[in-house]
Design a protein around this ligand. Structure first.
Ligand SMILES: Cc1cc2nc3c(=O)[nH]c(=O)nc-3n(C[C@H](O)[C@H](O)[C@H](O)COP(=O)(O)O)c2cc1C
Length: 142
């Protein structure tokens, strides 16, 4: 999903960097005090930050939540989140997960645009994924 958004934004003429967020050790659903082994990027020169991760135990990934806590300079930054889920959106926990991510971002002074919950299932529907990626690009560039 992140790669699809990256490609689309580049096709539309934007400079985009993508970074995988990785934790130290094993992380389980709803785990607190997650330590990241990803260097925090300096996002000050960027117009927007797009963040995504899987839904685990009906809420947002603790790795993405840890990243939001650690990343500096969110103040005034345009942000947009996406989630992927194994269950259809209505029962996946994605709506609450996206709400939580947006609330954490807004708490730190960012502007959280409407996010995107993508039902990944067992096999990703590539066409639907590209449509979701297009919607994100539209919002972030709009
Ligand atoms: C520990 C764990 C908990 C999960 N909990 C949920 C859940 O509550 N709701 C849901 O729709 N999918 C759930 N999933 C499925 C993931 O959301 C799905 O595997 C993911 O979006 C696909 O990305 P991945 O290839 O990185 O796993 C869970 C997966 C794991 C491993």
């Amino acid at each position: 999903m992140g790669m699809a958004i990256t490609h689309l934004l580049r096709e539309k003429g934007n400079d985009v960097d993508i970074q995988l967020i990785q934790p130290v050790g094993k992380v389980g659903p709803r785990m607190k005090n997650v330590t990241l082994r990803t260097d925090m990027p300096d996002i000050t020169p960027y117009d927007a930050l797009i963040l995504g991760g899987p839904i685990w135990a009906f809420t947002a990934s603790p790795v993405v939540l840890a990243f939001i806590k650690e990343i500096p300079s969110l103040k005034g930054k345009k942000t947009i989140c996406f989630t992927t889920s194994g269950f259809p959106t209505s029962i996946s926990g994605a709506k609450g997960g996206l709400k939580k991510l947006s609330a954490e971002l807004e708490e730190l002074g960012a502007t959280a645009l409407e996010g995107e919950a993508f039902f990944w299932g067992l096999w990703c529907n590539k066409k639907k994924m590209l449509q979701a990626a297009e919607r994100i690009c539209g919002r972030v560039m709009g």
